[in-house]
Design a protein around this ligand. Structure first.
Ligand code: SAM
Length: 221
């Protein structure tokens, strides 16, 4: 059975306390969801959520939101979160990142993580890549003034595309490596599920840290 077709997953998600339902109703009011005004960091395409769980554990003063498109994948994250209910700074949303501007207000996101995003290898699907100019323009609006994006992948073609996309959009490159685990940036690195799997196969992990151009008047609706 394909993971995304697990029967009953939507019902379990609908009843789960770690999942934010009606996510569009919280736009501009995410502080109320967490009950504090700590920064909100988002992983788009979080999969089974182990990266965010570890980040939430290490950084109790940051609120984390994991976005995942598929119910059956989110179900796995929920199961893990249930083993660590003390992590009240971690919430999940089942949604497609295409709708991110309906869920967060300009400036509301402190930081964005893109870990092993789907490559969409065909040229005609390039706009669906989470590092395409279309998405970077969305992130630019949603990020707080000191915000940025960290992107990790073992897919060299997707990495090259993403580096170029960021350059074309005028984003500032803060860090780049094509072998994260052999670089100084590995210090403090939290491995994702895919990172463990692909580095275990001997693939090098690429990492890019970028921030949007610093325009005045940014974050205006
Ligand atoms: N980030 C995890 C990791 O590194 O282990 C999972 C990586 S997995 C290759 C990509 C995940 O992103 C999948 O679970 C997929 O369903 C999700 N995803 C892909 N496109 C998405 C989108 N547009 N919106 C939300 N989730 C998406």
């Amino acid at each position: 059975m394909r993971l995304r077709n697990v029967p009953g997953s939507r019902e379990v998600i609908a009843a789960n306390e770690f999942v934010v339902h009606d996510e569009q109703s919280h736009r501009g009011e995410w502080a109320a969801v967490f009950g504090n005004d700590h920064p909100i960091h988002v992983e788009i395409g979080m999969g089974k959520g182990s990266f965010l769980m570890e980040m939430a554990r290490r950084n109790p003063d940051i609120n984390y939101v994991g976005i995942e498109k598929y119910s059956s994948v989110l179900l796995r994250a929920i199961e893990k979160h249930e083993e660590a209910p003390e992590l009240t700074n971690l919430k999940f949303i089942r949604m497609d990142a295409e709708e991110i501007e309906e869920v967060f207000a300009p400036g509301e996101i402190g930081y964005i993580y893109l870990n092993f995003s789907d490559p969409w290898p065909k040229d005609r699907h390039a706009k669906r890549r989470l590092t395409s100019d279309r998405f970077l323009k969305r992130y630019e609006k949603l990020l707080a003034p000191d915000g940025g994006v960290t992107f990790k992948t073992d897919n060299v073609d997707l990495f090259d595309f993403s580096v170029e996309s960021a350059e074309v959009c005028g984003w500032e490159q803060l860090a780049i490596t094509r072998d994260l685990h052999a670089s100084p940036y590995v210090e403090g690195n939290v491995m994702t599920e895919y990172e463990k799997k692909f580095s275990g196969l001997g693939n090098k992990i690429c990492m890019l840290q970028i921030r949007p151009p610093r325009n005045e008047g940014k974050n205006a609706e």
